[in-house]
Ligand binder design. Structure first.
Ligand SMILES: Nc1ncnc2c1ncn2[C@@H]1O[C@H](COP(=O)(O)OP(=O)(O)OP(=O)(O)O)[C@@H](O)[C@H]1O
Ligand SMILES: [Mg+2]
Length: 263
């Protein structure tokens, strides 16, 4: 008599199990995304911190009593970089940035990214030059921190691929409704990955860099975050050019309407 009910209970149980597996997987993916993004965002500031400590370490005279403390600080920074890299390796997807529509000075936000990345570029004797029109492009309706994050991600790749002793250019170009920030390097061009795929999360390649060395393996997160941010604020990012003479990637964002008081 009870045998007829068993299949019903079984199928309900299976459905519940299947649903809980799906929910569990989605929660795990969401958590991994938060971890991946947070870790990725910490990596560059930590590298900058390490570079600043290195400058301080070199500036200290031999036998300075602070030397050991500075050495410890550098070791701490390296430990943190290691932890963040491990977190990135274990995570599978990323999340989203905070929404904010403040009107900001784009060139100042670009400059902040250049200042930070100059500290990392110095090791390869790379200079980062700004080519912006005068007067400036005026404000954009994208948070300054988001512009800075995007330009840092573009510069991070450029520094990685461009040859030693060369220059990276950050160009700012204005149209009636948009501002484009183009980061141009003198690296070997995009290899080992389809141009259309470089903005996909976790899509990356590790071709030889401009010096013929095996490039540091990336995580394929940088450009996906740039695209997410650009799209969120009504902009876009694309490969402007990529040849054996270098690569240029352009981030385009809408200009904010000039109010009378801003004119
Ligand atoms: N300037 C560039 N020159 C040559 N290839 C590039 C350049 N920028 C991006 N790429 C290619 O696009 C891929 C994706 O870039 P993306 O910044 O998303 O990831 P990544 O740099 O590999 O890792 P991450 O940014 O997470 O450290 C890179 O792995 C590389 O193959
Ligand atoms: Mg990158």
């Amino acid at each position: 008599m009870t045998s007829r009910k068993i299949p019903v209970i079984d199928s309900d149980t299976r459905a519940i199990r299947r649903a809980s597996r799906i929910v569990g997987t989605r929660i795990a993916i969401a958590c991994a995304g938060v971890v991946a993004d947070a870790s990725h965002e910490l990596r560059t500031p930590l590298a900058v911190l390490d570079a600043r400590l290195q400058i301080l370490q070199r500036a200290l005279p031999t036998g300075d009593p602070s030397s050991s403390v500075v050495a410890d600080l550098r070791s701490d920074a390296k430990d943190l970089i290691h932890i963040v890299n491990e977190l990135l390796e274990s995570a599978e997807i990323g999340g989203a940035a905070v929404h904010d529509t403040a009107v900001v000075d784009l060139v100042a936000a670009v400059d902040a990214a250049m200042q930070s990345m100059a500290l990392i570029a110095i090791d390869k004797h790379i200079t980062i030059e700004l080519d912006a029109p005068q007067p400036g492009p005026g404000p954009v309706r994208v948070p300054a921190s988001s512009i800075t994050r995007c330009v840092v991600a573009l510069l991070d790749n450029a520094v990685r691929f461009t040859p030693r002793d060369s220059a990276i250019t950050v160009g700012v170009a204005v149209t009636k409704k948009t501002v484009a920030v183009t980061v141009r390097d003198r690296g070997p061009g995009i290899h080992g990955i389809d141009h259309a795929r470089i903005f996909d999360r976790f899509a990356h390649s590790a071709p030889p860099d401009a010096d013929g060395d095996e490039a540091r393996t990336g995580f394929g997160i940088g450009l996906s975050l740039v695209r997410e941010i650009a799209v969120r604020y009504g902009g876009s990012v694309h490969v402007f050019t990529s040849t054996a003479a270098g690569t240029a990637l352009s981030l385009t964002v809408p200009r904010a309407k000039q109010t009378r008081s801003a004119l």
